[in-house]
Write a protein that binds this ligand. Sequence first.
Ligand code: NOJ
Ligand code: CA
Length: 838
Amino acid sequence: MMSAWQVLARLKSVALMGAATALLTGCGGGGGSTTPPVTTPQAATPALSVSTGAYTTLQSVAITDSTSGATIYYTTNGSVPTTSSAAYTAPIPVATTTTIEALAVANGYTNSSVTSATYTINLPAAPAITPITDIHQGFIYQIVTDRFFDGDPTNDNPSESPGLYDSNGFANPANADWNLYWGGDLAGIQQKLSYLQSMGVAGIWISPPMSNIRVNAGTSNGETGYHGYWTRDFTQIDEHFGDDSNSWTAFDNLVTAAHADGIRVYVDFPANDTNPLDAGEYGSLYNNGTLITTYTTDTGTTPYYHHNPNITNYEDRYQVQYYTLESLADLDQTNPWVDSYLKTAVTNLMAHGVDGFRFDAVMETNWGWEYSLENTIANWSGPSSLSRMPGQPFIFGEWDEGSGDTLYPDSVKFSNNSGMNLLDYTLYWQLTDVFGKDGSFYDIDNELTLEDKGSTTIPAQGFAQPNDLVTFFDNHDNPRIMSQGADRMAVKQAISFLLTCRGVPVVYYGDEQYLYNDTNNGGVPYNRNGMTSFGSTDATLLIQYLAALRAANPAVAYGTMMQRWINNDVYIYERQLGANVVLVAINKNPSTDQAISGLFTDLAPGSYSDYLAQTMGGLGITVTGTVGGNNPVTNFTLPHRSVSIWVSSGSVPPSIGSVTPRVANSGAAVTISGTGFGATPGTVNFTVGTTTLAAAVTNWSNGQITVTVPALAAGAATVTVIQGTATSNAAPFTVNTATLIPVNFSVSNTPTLASTDVIMLTGNVAELGSGATTWNSAIGPVTIPIAGSALQTVSVPAGATVQFYFFVLHSDGSITAESAAHSYNVPPTGVGATAVSW
Ligand code: NOJ
Ligand code: CA
């Protein structure tokens, strides 16, 4: 038996020999004999699958350890790994210069020595981004102005609204109040345009720049309009974003500078509401600095606001349009003053050169009124001195629902018929599921099929122009996917998908810098982070690659989208426009490479290298044989956590990708974007029914034509481009009867409804459905303010005499109609109303 002293001495000597720890065991035995000490073995040093060195492609580093049952801990930040470091589970993607250090720990073993390797990554520069003429060929970058960059400290704490600013914001966000202003402004965006331009940003969507309430609407915490959605005056620029006199100088400077850099400007416009009705300025509404009303003093016979409770049922057509959204004073867009005021504010922004709008809360705004808003924009022709970017204004609205929601079919109908493009919120939910929470790619694939092709089980049509949907995976209203579980590689895979999917993509500011903050699970306001870095990252490089691809290959901007191979973790899909083919393969599995067999493509036979030059761990493929657009790809293995893109391009006959606007009057200017139109003018035809008329051409290039809509009867139309003997696809279009103004059609004494019945409206002009009585062609389902009545705003031709009637549409498609039609003389301007009894 060793004495305590001997044990201690032996321990000391073991320690001196350099072992990390040692234990003595097996001290038994008798007869005075000495049992040799047993030294605990040391776990084997982990092995890294990639050696230290310089690389030009993304590396995937696996770590193994020969000690059975060992857990490997590792770091990538230069610190020595401990058992508190990240435990290794799957190969680590290395996209930037990184040192990996690893340690193995196993039961019955002392900890291993630390191994380390440094990977110097020099990814190849992205291809140059060629100039574009249309937003579909690029992507939009969404900015919360207050959180982007402080380009003008003089407006941080303006004299008109002092005390709403927290100087900790950008510098020390942990100590900042995230509901106060942080100092970002329009000048700041202007100063960072070259950062945006270098990434290939084609347009910026800026948070509402108009004047917000000037006081704190909070009690204990700050509550300010830093986000821009608490407007008090739609005609002035907020003092925090511009200057103390609420002038347009900073705004105009930004628009001019952005256009000079080839960047379009889309302004967020909240037409639904003003500001909190129960705090702050209590729904104050100003016109060019003059107070018009507040929510509490809005007691006239034609109120500016609806005075209803907060929306509780977002599937009720009446509630969403006429109730209050989150205590924000809810404008009545059919009040004639409000109608004119909002439309004047919108055209004023166009006169300041904006290239389009993101309309806030279009589901909660009066849907029928929004048709006349679109018509106002489509009819507007600004001063010829205006330096807008090429093309008519592109507009998109926020309809925040999923495709399983009751009002999803209404959203498709609304977008198709009004010409208001929508943010693709229904796809958004699937993108966050797949890239944020490692959901199945089938969720995305099924959603795309539903949205683009429509459904036979619900009255949802397909979207008329899926490439006009505005796609995104992060925004200012939801936690960034990094707060939902995505790591950097998942963010880059989401970016890769977004920028190659059909639709116009929006990248939320800061995603390319991996910004996120998990406070409140990353929800508002912690998703509105201050931009702290404007440097190059592997994500900015990826965006450059994808922007170059979008700009160069019209299949991405305008082509079809088709699934070619799928499982939960692998999605291979193809964009195609004639000989332009882009095949994208994503494997998001953390550790399993996927054998791919039975893959077919429209790519012609040949070898294709990865367009991303392996910067996302991809590989090349070989296509053999020609089987009519189903050409076999030689079997290959798709690496885990990789993205590969294979591309071909070629000339195509005239192909229309987008018509902007999609709904307009005869005489309105319309931009047709696509490819293959030819350098010299051909013909653009508009067809309604059996009548085809050629449009007057005002501008013609291979990718973009501007025409004037010919004098056609109103209704569903098609547009074709003819060049030589070739005729393009027929793109859908709608011709309006005349300038549209909103009219409230109401009816009392309606029949008792079965739970599956809806009330619809039809009439003798195209805008009232041309007498049709189907769900998709008539107006409705209309709103039901109280049982026994119905109310629907419809934008109808100004000055026309219209005949109309309401009817009950039963679930089997049969109808119960009013016994006779009513007649109504639509006023020549303003708004109208007609109330009838059933
Ligand atoms: C939707 C906007 O995106 C959100 O940020 C805002 O708070 C609400 N509309 C109300 O304006
Ligand atoms: Ca500032």
